[in-house]
Design a protein around this ligand. Structure first.
Ligand SMILES: [Zn+2]
Length: 419
């Protein structure tokens, strides 16, 4: 899953003003460090694979003689040759400017699956298209759709929903004139696209969850990554929450649920319940694991974390779930919603006061919602030998992976909470 890590490593060198190329032996440690921080234990083999894959990138200068070796030989081959690797001259110079770094990182992860690229970009604090746009505060007003595009707030002048089924939705524009939209301020019932007459905006056919934007909003619900909401001026002045002029960025909203129902016209429309993410907790609220922690006092911990910590926590949770392919480590269930894997990242030792659990892979489990609730409430605990203790006998062992090792101290702390 870490295919672009080595590329981002190379890009980071340029952004930091470090020399363009480095020898493999130097690169190995840094790349392993990044992989480890993203949730899979330190693993030299993984770094080897990353580097060998770089050869295929047109952005990379990989200086070596002869042919590379496959499989187990590749590590030895790299150690012997100790080739120089880094970005091409052109890419390196492009990246000497920090603002180009963001642009570059987005290009670098293009073509990867959504979750993979999100993990990478969030980890490096690069604007991924999702979440807040750097430098654009809530309440910012733009004169027209072109200006929204220019500021990367909503990157298409025609579409109401930016996003794809694979990546989820980045942003939506709520504009007056859609008969089934309902705007209550911090709650919006947003309807999807399709089936409308282009001239009148009236519904003349059914909508489908297969349509690009509608599918994207379903994905946003499943992943829990919030969506930017932009309200457009309502010429008919029917919506009191709409701005009087232009388009206003109104913050991040969570897609809390979706359904299909009859619209005013009688056709079936795709509906989404969008709920505003409070500004002080933006970020945490999209980490599914925090919402269902047993204690109600995670708040003190929230206010102290920085935005970058929040992003890392989210990236970490995604990485752990990806590593387990969304399969529950306790009961092995793999849930899917419209074909997308769904699981929750569960802290073993709870984060926040008074427990102060850490946001590290060794304190995170990938669980189904049932097991998450049972675990958080002490109905399931795990022994040092990884046997699962619950009211149901013979649950077997907690499934782990050599890339994801659990800290036994955290399991012990969790057991002690419910002794
Ligand atoms: Zn489970």
């Amino acid at each position: 899953m870490h295919q672009p890590v080595a590329l981002v490593w190379a890009a980071q060198r340029a952004a930091r003003g470090e020399p363009r190329v480095a020898h493999w032996r130097e690169a190995r440690a840094s790349i392993s460090e990044i992989i480890s921080a993203l949730g899979s234990g330190v693993d030299d083999d993984a770094a080897v694979l990353q580097v060998l894959r770089l050869k295929q990138s047109p952005l990379v200068d990989f200086q070596f003689a002869g042919t590379t070796q496959a499989g187990a030989e590749s590590a030895r081959w790299l150690d012997q040759q100790d080739p120089l690797l880094g970005l091409t001259d052109e890419a390196y110079h492009l990246l000497s400017e920090r603002e180009n770094f963001d642009e570059f990182a987005r290009l670098a992860v293009k073509g990867l699956t959504s979750q993979q690229s999100l993990v990478i970009l969030e980890y490096f604090n690069v604007f991924s298209g999702f979440g807040e746009v750097p430098g654009v505060p809530v309440g910012a007003v733009f004169k027209d759709r072109a200006s929204l595009v220019e500021h990367r707030v909503h990157i298409n002048t025609q579409w109401g929903i930016i996003g794809t089924r694979d990546r989820g939705a980045e942003s939506v524009v709520v504009s007056g004139g859609y008969e089934d939209d309902k705007d209550y301020g911090d709650l919006i019932i947003y309807t999807g696209h399709g089936g409308r007459d282009q001239d009148t905006g009236k519904q003349v056919d059914h909508q489908s969850f297969d349509a690009r934007g509608n599918a994207a909003l379903v994905t946003s619900h499943v992943t829990g990554v919030p969506v930017r909401v932009i309200r457009g001026a309502d010429a008919k002045r029917k919506n009191s929450h709409a701005p009087s002029y232009g388009y206003r960025y109104d913050g991040l909203f969570q897609v809390e649920s979706f359904w299909q129902g009859p619209g005013q016209s009688g056709f079936r429309v795709c509906c989404y319940r969008l709920v505003k993410v409070s500004e002080s907790t933006a970020g945490w609220d999209v980490v599914t694991d925090v919402a269902s922690l047993p204690s109600g006092n995670v708040e003190p911990g929230r206010t102290r974390v920085t935005r970058s910590q929040i992003r890392r926590a989210r990236a970490l949770s995604l990485a752990v779930k990806e590593l387990h392919d969304y399969r529950c480590q306790i009961c092995d269930a793999r849930l899917t919603i419209k074909g997308l894997g769904y699981a929750q990242g569960a802290h073993i030792r709870p984060v926040g006061q008074p427990h102060s659990g850490t946001d590290t892979p060794d304190n995170l489990l990938c669980l189904c919602p049932n097991c998450h609730v049972l675990f958080d409430n002490g109905e399931i605990v795990v022994n040092d030998d990884l046997t699962i203790v619950s009211s149901q006998p013979n649950r077997g062992l907690l499934r782990t992976s050599h890339d994801h090792v659990i800290n036994l101290d955290h399991l012990r702390y969790h057991r002690d909470l419910f002794r």
